[in-house]
Design a protein around this ligand. Sequence first.
Ligand code: ADP
Ligand code: SR1
Ligand code: MG
Length: 415
Amino acid sequence: MYTTLTRETVSEYVLGLERCREILGEGGELTVSEIGDGNLNYVYRIQRSDDASRSVILKQSVPYLRMAGESWPLNKNRMLIEIKALEAYNKITPDFVPDIYYSDEEMCVLIMQDLGEVKVLRYSMIEGDTFSGLGGDIGCFLAKSLFSTSYLGMQSVERRELMQDFMLNDDLCKLTEEFIFTFPFIDHESNYQNREMNEYALKLFRNDREYLESVLHYKELFLSKTDALIHGDLHTGSLMAASDQTYVIDTEFAFFGPFGFDVGKIIANFLMSYTSHFYREGGAEFQVWVLKEIQSIWNVFEKEFLRQWNDSQGSALIYQNSLDADHLAVFKQNFMKRIFEDAIGFCACSLARRTIGIAGVADIRDIEDLAIRAKLEIMNIDLSHQLMRNRKNMTSIDELVSALEEFYANKTLEI
Ligand code: ADP
Ligand code: SR1
Ligand code: MG
């Protein structure tokens, strides 16, 4: 039977599980801390007080949206998706995700490896910390997870069986549909308020039918495309990074969706970090690093995706010898170009939703001075607008990076 665990009841729950007793061992007291800084769920660290290396992380979903409170119901079965997706990633890309120790579908509980000292990437980036190899790790994770669950990496029947596990991520897909593709572009009560930015966004977006149609186009892709198992919420708060390792967490939004979605969303989060560093510690040097990592995300993604395709012995889409070598090469090139264009479109939507919608990014929303915040928010609104308008003219990552350098070139915090 489902009950919501609390700081008081969670130790007893884990000590009732043999696997957790093995990890936590015998000895001193257990300390429990609630470390969830996310929008949706509760996350506890349970640790031996006399041996910090003996610990587990327990995550439980509750039947409501945590950031909004109990008045906003949300199906707690989202945890079943989180568990299934983490299982899938543990098979496909085990180095990039925490180990699963135990899962309990009835209690909507996942118990996993404690990543310990490894910090959530968003907060490290806010501090101006850089990591070599970060963009490459993200690109590699994306290529492996997207290719191997797509119709390029799987045969049809086994892929459709896997899809069944993820088809009904109903409440969370609906959240994305509304909070990314709808509410930020209408007058919705949930939207965030910072008057100067709201007035600017209203003027720019409401009068631009082409921009609004493009947002609808990307919403349509999100609703209808089932290219591969996507993470569904890949922002810098869903990544934990150390100097030599990157981890992906928080897989509850996973479902079969368009290739470009995760790629675009993570690039948008890197860009919002770039924007925030007109104000934050790290400044121009950090911004140069951010662009370099965006370049690596795409370059490694494309290279690794194509490497897997070249090594593949056929799939649901491609029979060996379906096309001669020259035509197959052109087909692959056009395929990657489409993913790239879609990634820019999803990036533009994500920049707008994180600026206007309820779920902002701490990089900017945590800046107390409202005038500075508005200035940075307006930059993100302009960037969203420009990327959406110009996405079809940018056919390579180098062109995107040049466009970004040009966009940011004369920007300052001067009011
Ligand atoms: P939500 O679904 O509510 O967004 P998250 O999965 O993002 O929750 O987790 C919230 C926070 O808990 C993370 O930002 C991170 O600080 C911490 N956390 C989650 N999983 C782990 C883990 N395996 N090891 C260490 N900390 C974790
Ligand atoms: C109410 S929207 C909450 C957001 O938090 C998650 O991280 C997702 O991005 C979701 O859209
Ligand atoms: Mg989260």
